[in-house]
Design a protein. Structure first.
Length: 138
């Protein structure tokens, strides 16, 4: 076990390293901690003993052993959250979004003086969508 620690210390350059399969070991210790806590508190309640006199000593000693052991210097894994892409709130004059080209299909209304120069319409009075319902530009 100590040789393995030395190898990992050389590899990662830290004194405290995660032993074994760190993720599984960490989860096992965490599960044991919660199991110990719930079992101990349940026993305390069934015996009708005051929890303040006995609970902190045993519970804290278990926490102390867990936190100061060489199992892991920190969390062995980084918590990664899957981020959901938020829906983009478009201004009111954007009627739809063309997801293939990632361009907004814009309905400007009667005042077309502020249309960007790169948008060219055949006829400014025509709607931007064709009548087939698929949302294609004219």
């Amino acid at each position: 076990m100590q040789e393995e620690d030395l190898k990992r210390t050389k590899k990662f350059g830290s004194e405290k390293v995660c032993l074994g399969s760190s993720f599984a070991e960490h989860n096992r210790m965490k599960r044991n901690l919660y199991y110990f806590k719930s079992l101990f508190l349940w026993n305390e309640k069934t015996r009708n003993l005051p929890t303040q006199t006995r609970s902190p000593i045993v519970y804290n000693s278990f926490l102390y052993r867990y936190s100061n052991s060489t199992y892991c210097s920190a969390f062995p894994y980084q918590k990664t959250m899957k981020r959901r892409i938020k829906r983009i709130e478009l201004p009111t004059h954007y009627s739809e979004v063309n997801h293939r080209t990632l361009k907004a299909v814009v309905s400007y209304g009667p005042n077309i003086g502020h249309i960007p120069h790169d948008i060219r319409l055949k006829d400014p009075n025509l709607p931007l969508r064709s009548g087939n319902g698929r949302g294609q530009n004219i």
